[in-house]
Each structure stands twice: as structure tokens, then as C-alpha cells.
Design a protein around this ligand. Structure first.
Ligand SMILES: [Zn+2]
Length: 474
């Protein structure tokens, strides 16, 4: 029997706010343990939370970026459980009335486009972090109360590779949208995977198994690559799968049972009495919607269509937004778009890497690039000289025309001058001349090289070839 996998993902993302969600403590990674804490995020008795407006804005902004509807009424709930990393013994989250619902994410996968529906993206708070030492354990509450978005997908994902592509696309959207830095190293993104298998063609879903708390996308993919065949094997051997939570062991590369799956009622959800329901006004929503930016996929497609760039070039400008914006300014009124893209990607970017000068401080102005390209295209300078001109543009900030003028770099297309240089080269290289006359065509290139050298690279190479040939055949 053939089986198919049904996968849904719950992705937790820390929002990029300056302070925590319900108090004024800094939302910052790497501070000494328990220094970004206060009575509110430590769950002391008698304190009251105050919602961070930017946290709410970033939640709704995410909803817009993921094409969700934004309900005009949302509320907060307490998810009750006892664990050392939860100082309040509950986590504030949104249970039945989330701030965003029913969206989708489109992304490139397997050479085509895929869509995964988004069930909801709701706001909750992060918890502390446990540390285990040789003889004892400790908890760092710096992370407790940091705004956390849980983005829940529909079970539209069918393979580990598709899950991986979805996660990367989601991350791109969130980073692009300014919602989260999504720094995996700093634990800003974690995901839970829901996975079941069923015989191909069967409607109802198999037993849902959840793999918790993976902190890398490749880990999620590996866990799925392990878990799908495991489940299929159990079923093939006549066994039964039951709903449970498993843990991914990324050293042994296996999943193992953590606990049989708890039900929602185990958490005794109830409305958070200390926080007002969230009812955004139209004016507030309008303000948030203004922060919606062009998404990476749309940008890539636009660069490919509007500027006729190949996919890898477009991707470069998607991954480096300031460089892409620079290119757009450079290309605005120019004809040879591909050449401009090449200068920006190959030369400008290389210089920036080499010198570590940030793009914002680079002296080459965007409209200098089309000017340089035009000098080459019009035969004013050779492409080799153009490299030197560019290097000079980068150091001095002068325009290409100024540099060519000042340094006398204009290509020599004056036949008389080139003829003189050709005569010189012929006179100085009797061996090459002999070789050429004996039928060794390559000897012409050697002579051509000599002429170019004599002209300091300024002679028009096509003209040099023509004149040399004429003289040698004479
Ligand atoms: Zn605090």
C-alpha cells in the first residue's frame, strides 16, 4: 500500500520590539541571566500587565503579510500549566479569538509555486529558559514575556522538503516585513511539526504526532525524514499509531516519545482577566497596513519582469535589499540593464566586500554606473579600461567621464596612431611575424597583445587586429 504524509507546522517567532509584551523590560538577547526582569514578567502577586502597542502592531502586520483577515475583536487567554520556565504558572496567549486568521503563504518549490494556508497567527508570550548544569539547574527569565507569534499552518505540506521550503519562505517574509529578525542562533524561531500518514486516497487523517521545539529548519526537515518512514513502517507491520508528542534528538537523529498528547482542556484555558480584549480601530489598522512592504517573491518576479534579469541576479537583489534599491536607481533611465546589473553585482558588491565600506557610504553614485556602461558601449573605452575607471570611481567618487578625461584613458580609434604602434610591434617582434607568415595564426594574438601594451590598453582592440592583419599580409 502506498502512504502519504500530511504535515502542518506551528512556527514560533519572537517579535522585534524594544521591550517585552506586558512590561517595560528590554527585549534583548544575550544579557546576563535574570537582568531583564521585573515584578510583572516574574509573575509577582498584585502586578498588572500593560500591552505593548508595537507587539500588537507587528502581530497585525504579520497578518497582512500573510494575507490573513484581521478580526475586529480578539482577546487574550491564560494557558495554565506548571513548569519551571513559566514564572506565572500560565502563559498569556490567544485561544479562541486570535488577532489574525485564514491567510496563506505562496512560495517557490520544486520548480513551481506552492501555497500553504495559514490557519492563524496569534500573539502570546515567550517563557524563560532552563539551564542544566552538573549538579543543579537554573532558569533565566530574560526571555519570559517577550512577544511571541505562533503561526499555525493548515496541514497542506506533503514532504520534508516542502516543509523546509515553507519555513524558509516564511522566515524571508517576516524578516522582510520587519516583524522579526528570525535569528535562529538566538532562538528567535522555533517550530513544532504535526505529522500523520495515511494510505494514499484515504480522506480521514491518521493519528497526529507532534514533534516539539525544533530550533532549526534543517532539524525539522531531518525529523520529518525520520518520522514519516517510521510511521509508515508501524502501519505496514500492522501496528497502530496513537496521538502523542515526540522529541527530536538531533545527536542520535531519531524522534522519541515525550508524552501522550495532552488535550486543550488539560490547559484549562480561560480569558485573561487583566487584559482588555483587543479591538483595533480602522485608523489604527490603516496605520499598520502602511507598513506592508513588497515581499521577497513579488520583488524577485518584478526584477525579472521589469528589468529582464535572470533569476540568480534577481535573487541577489532580493537577498540584499539596499543593493537592489541601488540597482533600481542606476537602471532607471538606462538601456543596457544586464550590463548595469553585472557592474552592481560583480564589481560594486566585490568592492564593498573587499573594503567593508557600507553601501550607504559608497562614493559611486547610482547614475555613474549607466554612464560607465555607455562609455564601453559607445567604444569610448575598452571593457578592460572600464575596470580601472571603476576602481578610480570607487576611490575618488569622480564620474567616469571625468576620470577618462583626466587620465587620458579614452580608447584610441585613430587609425594613424594605431598604425604607428603596429609598425613598432612588428619591428620589435620578428619571430612572431615569421611565425604568422608560416601559418601560425596564434602569433597574431601575441602581436596584438604587444600593441595593446604599447598603447597602455587604450587602443581599440578590433581596430588593432584589423590593421595588424592588413600589414602582415601586405
Ligand atoms: Zn519585566
Amino acid at each position: 500500500m502506498e502512504y502519504e504524509a500530511v504535515i502542518g507546522l506551528e512556527t514560533h517567532v519572537q517579535l522585534k520590539t524594544k521591550s517585552k509584551m506586558w512590561c517595560g523590560c528590554a527585549n534583548e538577547f544575550g544579557a546576563p541571566p535574570n537582568t531583564n526582569v521585573c515584578p510583572v514578567c516574574l509573575g509577582m502577586p498584585g502586578v498588572l500587565p500593560v500591552a505593548n502597542d508595537e507587539g500588537l502592531r507587528l502581530t497585525v502586520l504579520t497578518g497582512y503579510l500573510l494575507h490573513c483577515t484581521i478580526p475586529r475583536f480578539a482577546k487574550f487567554d491564560r494557558k495554565n500549566y506548571f513548569y519551571p520556565d513559566a514564572p506565572k504558572n500560565y502563559q498569556v496567549t490567544q485561544y479562541d479569538k486570535p488577532s489574525t486568521a485564514n491567510g496563506y503563504l505562496d512560495f517557490e518549490f520544486n520548480g513551481g509555486m506552492s501555497r500553504v494556508r495559514i490557519t492563524r497567527a496569534h500573539l502570546e508570550e515567550d517563557v524563560g529558559k532552563n539551564f542544566h548544569f552538573d549538579r543543579n539547574s537554573g532558569v533565566d527569565f530574560n526571555r519570559a514575556g517577550v512577544p511571541l507569534l505562533e503561526i499555525v499552518s493548515e496541514p497542506d505540506i506533503t514532504s520534508p522538503d516542502m516543509a523546509y521550503a515553507y519555513l524558509n519562505a516564511l522566515k524571508d517574509v517576516l524578516v522582510y516585513g520587519g516583524v522579526s529578525d528570525c535569528d535562529m542562533e538566538k532562538g528567535m524561531v522555533r517550530c513544532d511539526v504535526n505529522i500523520s500518514v495515511r494510505p494514499k486516497g484515504q480522506k480521514e487523517l491518521g493519528a497526529k504526532i507532534e514533534i516539539k521545539n525544533m530550533n532549526s529548519f534543517s532539524g525539522a526537515r531531518k525529523a520529518l525524514e525520520y518520522e514519516i518512514p517510521r510511521q509508515i513502517e508501524v502501519l505496514t507491520k500492522g501496528g497502530k499509531l496513537s496521538q502523542e508528542t515526540r522529541r527530536w534528538d538531533d545527536v542520535a537523529n531519531i524522534t522519541e516519545t515525550m508524552r501522550s498528547k495532552e488535550q486543550a482542556h488539560d490547559y484549562r484555558y480561560f480569558p485573561e482577566p487583566d487584559l482588555m480584549p483587543f479591538e483595533p480601530t480602522e485608523a489604527w489598522l490603516e496605520e499598520v497596513s502602511k507598513r506592508v512592504v513588497e515581499l521577497p517573491l513579488a520583488r524577485k518576479q518584478r526584477f525579472m519582469v521589469d528589468y529582464e534579469l535572470p533569476a540568480p541576479d534577481a535573487e541577489t537583489f532580493v537577498n540584499d535589499v539596499p543593493l537592489g534599491d541601488y540597482f533600481e536607481k542606476a537602471v532607471a533611465s538606462a538601456k543596457n540593464r544586464k550590463a548595469i546589473a553585472n557592474w552592481v553585482i560583480n564589481n560594486l558588491r566585490a568592492k564593498i566586500t573587499e573594503t567593508q565600506i557600507p553601501l550607504a557610504e559608497v562614493k559611486v553614485k547610482p547614475n555613474d554606473i549607466p554612464e560607465l556602461v555607455a562609455l564601453v558601449d559607445n567604444g569610448k573605452i575598452s571593457s578592460k579600461i572600464a575596470q580601472d575607471v571603476f576602481a578610480e570611481m570607487f576611490t575618488s567618487g569622480d564620474s567616469p567621464a571625468q576620470i577618462v578625461e583626466k587620465k587620458g584613458l579614452a580608447q584610441v580609434s585613430d587609425t594613424g596612431a594605431i598604425e604607428k604602434l603596429c609598425d613598432e610591434a612588428i619591428a620589435a617582434n620578428p619571430k612572431s611575424v615569421e611565425d604568422y607568415k608560416a601559418g601560425k595564426v596564434a602569433a597574431l594574438n601575441s602581436l596584438k597583445g604587444q600593441v595593446m601594451k604599447l598603447s597602455k590598453g587604450k587602443a581599440n582592440p578590433a581596430l588593432v587586429g584589423e590593421i595588424l592583419e592588413k600589414k602582415l599580409k601586405a
